[in-house]
Design a protein around this ligand. Sequence first.
Ligand code: ATP
Length: 365
Amino acid sequence: MLSIDIKIEYQGFMLQTCQTVLASGVTALFGRSGSGKSTLLRVISGLEARAKGRVAWGDEVWQDDSHFTPPHKRGIGFVFQDTRLFPHLTVARNLAYADKRARGLPGASLDDIVDALDLGPLMARNPATLSGGEQSRCAIGRALLTRPRMLLMDEPLAALDATRKAEILPYLERLRDQIGTPILYVSHNMAEVTRLANHLMLIDAGRITHSGPLSALLADPAAAPALGPQEAGAVITATLTAHEADGLSRLQTATAPLFLPHIDAPLGSRQRIRILAQDVILAREAPTGLSALNILPAVVSQISSDGDAAVMVQLRAGNDLILARVTRRSAAALGLCAGMACFAIVKSVSVAPAHIGPDHNATHQ
Ligand SMILES: Nc1ncnc2c1ncn2[C@@H]1O[C@H](COP(=O)(O)OP(=O)(O)OP(=O)(O)O)[C@@H](O)[C@H]1O
């Protein structure tokens, strides 16, 4: 566990946070530009000696009034969007460089990392001949081979276009599930965060405003304003049960089937699906004569107003929580109140492929 109780001031900006980061799974740090994400990563890495307070890894104090552990002694790995590979070395030699320096430290083997990131076919190539996504995979592999206690990733996919991002996300999911190095992942991209993270920290103006398990936090109406109306939405889990002849995939949630555009994954696999609050319609009775295929029976658990014309409604559908953003007028017309049974309607095509990814019970909390 990493504990941070720190204050650092620049002209016109102050980062002040008292926070613990779990030493397991992927913790995402999400916040708008200038909110202090990179500053927090610099504090953790040991690049902010003037920060006041305390940073510790378990019982090992890295920074307080009387002590400062330099960056190279903290055992932290980094991945940036600019990959910083050695241009004159092949992929194999870039990896060997890190592997050799970390010999003897516990962690995944070179073979495991090459396998998880599918780097085998790239080993003889020079970085300049690789695509952006391949370079990212190589940089991630090299960082993991330093056998860090924790890997810090600062917008690692930001320089990639949507196609390359979609190619690399499954590799990151594989690392999360197979390699086990804890990752602190900074991103502006909520779709990416919901695919990868187990835990989420929201940062605003130098303060962590919300922190917790991803699915609970995303389903909390109180956290929704921090994400904004376009990004607010919960994550549910479902089992992929059929690929149907008309191109839709069928998933079984705790309460009802969901039909979504084809999901390229094995039948029986668990998927996490992000459903944006703005894409959910509510009905008091089971609707008929409607084009939407996905109708989930649910019970209203919370209603919260964000001060404008809309309210955020949290619904419980079996074990899943769903958020719906509806106008105050609709909420009043339906007589929505906590405990009321209703139906959440989700249009199949509103769920983007980037909002669906594998889920593993061991890592999803
Ligand atoms: N060395 C510095 N000296 C003065 N001000 C700084 C310094 N580093 C960061 N800041 C200021 O601190 C604030 C937070 O910056 P930071 O880079 O941590 O934000 P961020 O959330 O990582 O932003 P982005 O998403 O744009 O990278 C900004 O207002 C920035 O201008």
